[in-house]
Design a protein around this ligand. Structure first.
Ligand SMILES: *Cc1c(COP(=O)(O)O)cnc(C)c1O
Length: 436
C-alpha cells in the first residue's frame, strides 16, 4: 500500500553515515584524467597543490562506501539535514495526473541550495590539512554563497571569483557572501593573469564559469596556504552529494513506493548526480527498472555534446577530463538559470550518458515554459524553486502531463536543488510579474 502522507522523513540518527561511490560499479572503465600534449607543465602534477588531499584521494577511490567524518555529520545536522521528501499531492490534483509525484527539498538549506553538502565537506578537509584559505569560482552565486557559509562555520578565509554577468545583478547574494565574510571579485578580474588578459581588453567582459575557474586555480596555485574547491563536476563533489539520494532511498521506503523515473536539472551534474546516483547504483547492481532524465537549457545542452577529452576551464589549467562537452572555449548566452551554463558535464554522468543510462531534455533560452511550470509548482506546493531547479521541476511536470494523456500511474521523483528567494528578478523579467 502506498503511504499517502505528504511528507516523508527519517529520524536524525538515520542520516546515512557513508557516501556512495559509484566508480567501482560503472558499466565501463572510468577514463583517467590526462595531460594534454602541449609541452606546458603537467596539470596532473599540479593537482596535489590545488585540492585538499582527502578530496583528491576520494576523486579516484575504488571503495564503494566512504565514511562521512563525524564532524561533517555534525555540520550536516547543523545545516538541517535530513531534508524531507514530499509527495506533491496538491500538484498532482491540479494536474489531474494519475502519476505519483515526489520531490526532495534541498531548498531547505542555510544558503538556499544543495551545494552546502559538498562545501561543508571540502571546507572541513581543507581545515584538517592546515589550510587557511579557500579559493573558488561561482556562476549563479549559489556555490560562492555555500562556500562562504561553510568557511565561516569551519573557520577559513575564502576568495570568490564571480562571473561578472551575474555579479552585476545579484546584489543580495553578493551582500550575503560578504556578510559571511567572503572576499568577492567580479570575473574576469585584474587579480589574476588569466583574468587580467580579458579584463584589460574589456573591463565589462561578462565572463564565464570556465574563466572564473581559471582565476580561482591560479590564485590557489600561488598560495601554499590555500586550496581550490569546485562546486560541481568532479567525482568527489558528486560523492558528497550522494547524501541526497541516499536519504531519498530511505524516504521512499517509508512511502512504500519506488520511482520509475527521476528528474533534476543539470549544469555540471552535482545535484543530478547526488540525487540519482544511489538509484543508478541499484539499476546497475540490482537490475532495478528506473529511468533518469537531466533537464538543461538549449544555451548549454552539454549532455547532448560530444563525448571527448576537454579542459574543465577556459584557460586550460585543469587536466583533460573525458566528458560530454560543448568545448571549453564556447561562449554561452546568458539565462536566468545561470547555474546550468557550463560547457561540460561530470565525467561520471558523461560516461553513463554515453552508455545510454541517462536521457536529457533541453528547454528554450526564453525560459518561459520552464518558469511557467515553476509557477504552477509554487502555486500548488507553495515552495519557490531556484531558477535552475525550475528546469527539473518543469521536466517532471511535463512528464506528469504526458501521464495524464496515457493514463500511466508512473512514480515521478524530482529534486528541487535550491530556493529562489534571491532570484526573483529573473522570474519577474521572464513572466512580467510586476509589469503594469
Ligand atoms: C549550482 C546549482 C545547480 C547546477 O549545478 P549542478 O552541479 O548541475 O547541480 C542547480 N541548482 C542549484 C540550486 C544550484 O545552486
Amino acid at each position: 500500500m502506498v503511504n499517502k502522507s505528504v511528507q516523508f522523513n527519517i529520524p536524525i540518527d538515520d542520516i546515512p553515515k557513508q557516501w556512495y561511490n559509484i566508480l567501482p560499479d560503472l558499466p565501463t572503465e572510468f577514463p583517467p584524467y590526462i595531460d594534454p600534449d602541449d609541452g606546458k607543465p603537467s596539470r596532473l602534477a599540479n593537482l596535489p597543490k590545488l585540492f585538499a588531499g582527502e578530496c583528491l584521494k576520494q576523486e579516484f577511490s575504488e571503495d564503494s562506501w566512504i565514511d562521512i567524518p563525524e564532524p561533517v555529520m555534525d555540520l550536516y545536522r547543523q545545516a538541517g539535514r535530513p531534508r524531507p521528501l514530499f509527495r506533491a499531492l496538491a500538484l498532482e490534483e491540479k494536474l489531474g495526473t494519475p502519476a505519483r509525484l515526489y520531490y526532495k527539498s534541498e531548498f531547505y538549506s542555510p544558503t538556499g541550495s544543495h551545494k552546502v553538502n559538498t562545501a561543508l565537506a571540502q571546507a572541513y578537509y581543507a581545515k584538517q590539512q592546515g589550510m587557511e584559505r579557500i579559493t573558488t569560482e561561482t556562476g549563479a552565486g549559489q556555490w560562492g554563497t555555500a562556500l562562504a557559509y561553510a568557511c565561516a562555520v569551519v573557520g577559513l578565509d575564502v576568495t570568490v571569483y564571480w562571473v561578472r554577468a551575474v555579479h552585476r545583478w545579484k546584489k543580495e547574494r553578493l551582500q550575503l557572501m560578504k556578510f559571511y565574510g567572503a572576499d568577492v571579485h567580479a570575473s574576469p578580474s585584474p587579480m589574476t593573469a588569466a583574468g587580467k588578459a580579458l579584463y584589460d581588453k574589456d573591463p565589462d567582459d561578462p565572463g564565464s564559469l570556465a574563466i572564473a575557474i581559471s582565476e580561482g586555480l591560479e590564485d590557489a596555485l600561488n598560495d601554499e596556504k590555500a586550496v581550490y574547491t569546485l562546486g560541481s563536476v568532479l567525482n568527489h563533489v558528486i560523492l558528497h552529494q550522494t547524501i541526497i539520494g541516499l536519504e531519498t532511498q530511505k524516504q521512499f521506503e517509508l512511502a512504500d513506493d519506488y520511482p520509475d523515473i527521476m528528474f533534476s536539472c543539470l549544469g555540471g551534474g552535482s545535484n543530478f548526480g547526488g540525487f540519482t546516483i544511489p538509484f543508478m547504483g541499484e539499476r546497475l547492481t540490482k537490475g532495478k527498472d528506473i529511468k533518469f532524465v537531466a533537464a538543461q537549457s538549449e544555451v548549454s545542452p552539454n549532455m547532448q555534446g560530444e563525448y571527448a577529452y576537454d579542459f574543465g576551464d577556459h584557460a586550460g589549467l585543469t587536466p583533460m577530463l573525458k566528458m560530454m562537452t560543448l568545448g571549453h572555449e564556447t561562449r554561452m548566452e546568458p539565462i536566468y538559470g545561470d547555474g546550468l551554463r557550463y560547457h561540460g558535464a561530470s565525467p561520471i554522468l558523461s560516461l553513463l550518458r554515453h552508455e545510454g543510462y541517462i536521457d536529457t531534455v533541453a528547454y528554450p533560452k526564453d525560459e518561459k515554459h520552464v518558469f511557467q511550470n515553476a509557477q504552477l509548482f509554487l502555486r500548488t506546493e507553495g515552495f519557490l524553486p531556484a531558477p535552475e531547479s525550475a528546469y527539473g521541476v518543469c521536466a517532471a511536470i511535463d512528464e506528469a502531463k504526458r501521464c495524464k494523456e496515457t493514463g500511466e500511474e508512473k512514480v515521478i521523483a524530482f529534486n528541487v536543488s535550491g530556493h529562489g528567494f534571491m532570484d526573483m528578478y529573473g522570474y519577474d523579467k521572464v513572466l512580467g510579474l510586476t509589469k503594469e
